[in-house]
Design a protein around this ligand. Structure first.
Ligand SMILES: [Cu+2]
Length: 663
């Protein structure tokens, strides 16, 4: 594979780098043919009827969702709706799910999701939950891997652009949220300030979110306001560095306009080290202050199948200026993106996306430098450790535009290079480059199964790419984005497979199927359904008028609704269809849709109750039907609802007519 350009042995200036960053994708070879070894197909082939080895949890980027693929096949298994409404499942449209997307700004139907993070036990993914960040209206969501549903979501006050998120501590004590944009925080008067007072009035923040181990409900344990920098990514310490957290920061120039240039002036930005065990202790000792900051914590009650919201009015804040030892800065060249901790926890790799080298920091040296106050000064009151004192070493000339690093279990690191479009394998201890493979085209994050954990499963590295150009059949002005699977079993990486993705595959994690499969919920037990409008059998179905609201308790089972005839609804009424799926078998959802609904369908899982709100707009008889092909008589699964003029004397009734009675 010839590379179309190669720059080695020179330090390129910013403008040249910017030029490359803009233009490199177009410089990729203009062919879809790639050197793939002869047996690549057999190594990704998953025979019909057999399962993939890994689940791959891939962010949808600006789709706001989480997509689930099998590896090594690259087959799309499911798209889990998280931050964006989903008409397919009724997520964000049913009355039960609307509260999940409710925030202090009101109902928000979309977000931009970037980084899936599996919950961990002893710094290894445990297969229970997958977290993901909402970037735009700062939130973190928790997806239950028993149901593959969004189970809880928390809003983060005093944050703007929740990019550096949601990375978990070794036993999922916390997931973090570092703000991408610093903003003025505090009272209205403190927030309504000229933008050019950035240096004086703007603040960054990092928040530590606590998921309750039993329920998955989330709350903000504590928050630290920081100098006005932009946080990009983060990783927890583990093993040797357990108790610490590392955040990459850029814009230490404190620019507030034309960041492309103005935030790229300094040779080095920072990685911020947070002693989170100290912060936790300070919080427990009551050393923080509660600051106003309204935010929602939303949680799916599996017994009522309904999302409940808790509204918090304030948040516990710790002031780093009052608590020396909480935060330290390590200089890191240059606009660091990735900030990744190796499996032992001893080494922290900074990936400065405008840097021509990869610095590797030693946690032991960081601790020694802190103990001996080996500082080169401070940045807005936070001690800055001396670069040379905390450095394990630098990987020289690894490639251009390093972004993100993951690890295997054999002491090797894999770093993505956006500008030179490649994955580079290198040895962490020796800092030697071992191998490099091209990607098509511009790789962002990469992922090794378990590659951020204490025990990587390895086997593959997957590139999550932007800008695919000619890899797939064209689809109009926008082409699909893409992932690429490489084997890392041997000394040399080998490209095995390209697969297209939904949305932007920003980042991903993967875990063995055996860790997830035994957890799967097959159906919800009808006895455990405590929805206020549940009908646990057809006899409990019915209809009730409460003023202008009409509530219909309806059941579904193959292949009919009970009731399926409704009369007495009038124009001006609002009708609530509370539909309980009575099935108690795996994979038998029923759907519900009614003509003219300004809404999506309901897709109701076995044993679940869901509610569709409908406001009729015309007099007449309106059909409703099941949308999910459920049996040979699915087409017969239907009903009628009669709408009469307002004030009509038609009595309200709901019924089903048996064969004997009429036909
Ligand atoms: Cu059906």
């Amino acid at each position: 594979m010839n590379k179309s350009f190669k720059i080695t042995g020179i330090v390129i200036g910013f403008s040249a780098m910017a030029f490359l960053m803009m233009n490199s994708p177009g410089c990729r070879p203009g062919t879809t043919r790639t050197a793939v070894t002869g047996d690549a197909a057999s190594r990704v082939y998953v025979a019909p009827g057999t399962h993939d080895e890994f689940y791959n949890f891939v962010s949808g980027g600006f789709s706001g969702q989480l997509a689930i693929y099998g590896l090594p096949s690259g087959r799309l298994l499911r798209e889990v709706p998280v931050f964006s409404v989903d008409p397919e499942s009724g997520y964000g449209f049913s009355e039960e799910t609307k509260p999940m997307l409710t925030t202090s700004h009101g109902f928000i139907p979309w977000d931009d999701s970037h980084h899936p993070e599996l919950s961990m036990t002893n710094a290894v993914p445990d297969g229970r939950w997958c977290f993901i960040n909402g970037n735009n209206t700062p939130r973190i969501a928790l997806i239950d891997l028993g149901t593959f549903r969004t189970h809880s979501m928390i809003e983060i006050p005093h944050s703007a652009g929740n990019h550096s998120s949601p990375f978990a501590t070794p036993n999922t004590e916390y997931v973090v949220a570092g703000t991408r944009f610093s903003v003025p925080v505090g009272s209205e008067a403190e927030r309504d300030v000229p933008i050019n007072t950035y240096k004086e009035n703007f603040k960054g923040s990092v928040s530590f979110i606590k998921p309750e181990p039993e329920t998955g409900k989330m709350s903000i344990a504590f928050q630290i306001l920081t100098p006005p920098v932009n946080f990009d990514l983060a990783r927890t310490g583990k093993g040797a560095s357990d108790g610490w957290f590392f955040f990459s920061c850029y814009n230490t120039e404190k620019a507030y306009s034309l960041l492309e240039v103005n935030a790229s002036q300094r040779d080095k930005d920072f990685i911020m080290a947070v002693n989170w065990k100290l912060a936790e202790q300070l919080a427990k000792e009551g050393k923080g202050k509660r600051a106003p900051g309204k935010h929602y914590s939303n949680w799916l009650n599996e017994h009522t199948h309904t999302v409940e919201s808790t509204i918090y009015e304030d948040v516990l804040q710790l002031d780093y200026r009052e608590h020396p030892g909480l935060l330290y800065f390590m200089p890191c060249p240059k606009s660091p993106h990735g900030c990744d901790v190796n499996p032992t926890g001893e080494y922290i790799v900074g990936s400065g996306k405008l840097a021509a080298l990869l610095p590797v920091f030693s946690f032991k040296k960081i601790q020694e430098a802190i103990a001996s106050k080996d500082f080169e000064g401070d940045f807005v009151g936070i001690p800055v450790l001396k670069y040379e004192s905390v450095l394990h070493g630098e990987v020289k000339k690894p490639g251009l535009g390093p972004l993100h690093t993951e690890f295997d279990a054999n002491g090797n690191a894999y770093t993505s290079f956006f500008v030179s479009s490649e994955i580079v394998k290198w040895n962490v201890e020796k800092l030697e480059v071992l191998d490099r493979v091209p990607t098509y085209y511009s790789i962002g994050h990469l992922m090794v199964p378990g590659g951020n954990s204490a025990k990587p499963w390895g086997k593959y590295v997957v590139a999550y790419n932007k800008i695919t150009k000619d890899r797939y059949l064209p689809t109009g002005p926008e082409l699909t984005q893409s992932a690429q699977l490489y084997s890392i079993d041997g000394d040399k990486m080998e490209l095995l497979l390209d697969f297209p993705t939904t949305g932007e595959p920003h980042y991903a994690q993967a875990a063995p199927a055996d860790l997830i499969k035994p957890r799967e919920v097959k159906f919800f037990r009808i006895e455990d359904n405590h929805h206020p409008w549940v009908a646990k059998g057809e006899k409990e179905s019915g209809i009730e008028r409460r003023g202008r609201n009409v509530h219909i308790k309806m059941t579904t089972i193959r292949s009919h609704f009970t009731p399926d005839n409704v009369e007495g609804v009038q124009l001006g009424d609002t009708v609530y269809f509370h539909v309980t799926n009575l099935e108690q078998d795996w994979d038998v959802p029923h759907g519900f849709a009614i003509k003219g609904a300004a809404n999506a369908e309901l897709l109701i899982m076995p044993g679940e109750t869901a509610t569709l709100k409908w406001v009729p707009t015309k007099v007449g008889v309106v059909p409703f039907y099941c949308t999910d092909f459920c049996s040979a008589l699915h087409q017969e699964m239907q009903g009628y609802l009669r709408v009469s003029p307002r004030g009509s004397s038609v009595p309200l009734k709901a019924y089903t007519v048996s064969v004997d009675a009429e036909l």
